[in-house]
Write a protein that binds this ligand. Structure first.
Ligand code: HEM
Length: 180
């Protein structure tokens, strides 16, 4: 994944804990890079290694760490560093989610080697919808849960999210049932 994801993990740890915690996590993960370049592609094992190591060193479940990372990605990385993409995504929670399937298309213009997730939105009603999440990667369900929660916070929309599973054209994938 692009280095900006690894940088987000670093920023989350340094801002929530401290620099020492980050150094311990980096040593524990056996990663040799001193700094991450945002627009350079790193092997996915670097990102997953950092997340697993963070959960182990901080002694929290991996899924909790991934949820925190998802929220941080929206509220810090997205809003502070890529604000124009976030504001172009929609002016309220529901519109943003309805536009989500196209979100990474704009990002792909800059980050050409991105392997983005795919989203499909179904069952849209006045106060609910369903997000289908497809990825070439596994293990990121709770990252997506955190991202959706972060979007709720960003738009000051109180939401409930239930995680499920579905099969579409023989493709098993995660679904997020959201209401507000
Ligand atoms: C301006 C904000 C955003 C930027 C710049 C961005 C960019 C990226 C980048 C560079 C990756 C790494 C993939 C790779 O390098 O191959 C990624 C992954 C991902 N992004 Fe975004 N993204 C943004 C917002 C969002 C939002 C709002 C969501 C959904 C709610 C989202 C969902 C994901 C997911 C789930 C992944 C993990 C990849 C996977 O599932 O295979 N992103 N994004």
């Amino acid at each position: 994944m692009y280095g900006l994801v690894n940088k987000a993990i670093q920023d989350l740890i340094v801002s929530t804990y401290d620099q020492t915690a980050w150094e311990r996590i980096k040593t524990h993960s056996k990663i040799t890079e001193d700094i991450f370049i945002g627009n350079l592609v790193y092997d996915d094992s670097v990102t997953f290694g950092l997340a697993v190591s963070a959960a182990e060193v901080l002694n929290i479940p991996l899924n909790n760490f991934l949820e925190k990372l998802g929220e941080f990605w929206v509220l810090d990385t997205g809003l502070k560093h890529y604000n124009h993409y976030m504001t172009a995504g929609g002016s309220n929670f529901k519109d943003f989610i309805i536009n989500l399937p196209h979100f990474h298309t704009r990002i792909q213009l800059v980050f050409k080697e991105i392997q983005p997730p795919e989203f499909e939105i179904t069952d849209i009603t006045e106060n609910s919808l369903t997000v289908h999440y497809y990825s070439t990667r596994t293990g990121l369900t709770h990252f997506v849960y955190g991202l959706l929660n972060g979007l709720g916070i960003m738009f000051k929309q109180k939401i409930n999210i239930k995680i499920g599973e579905s099969t579409n054209n023989n493709i098993k994938h995660d679904v997020f049932y959201i209401n507000w």
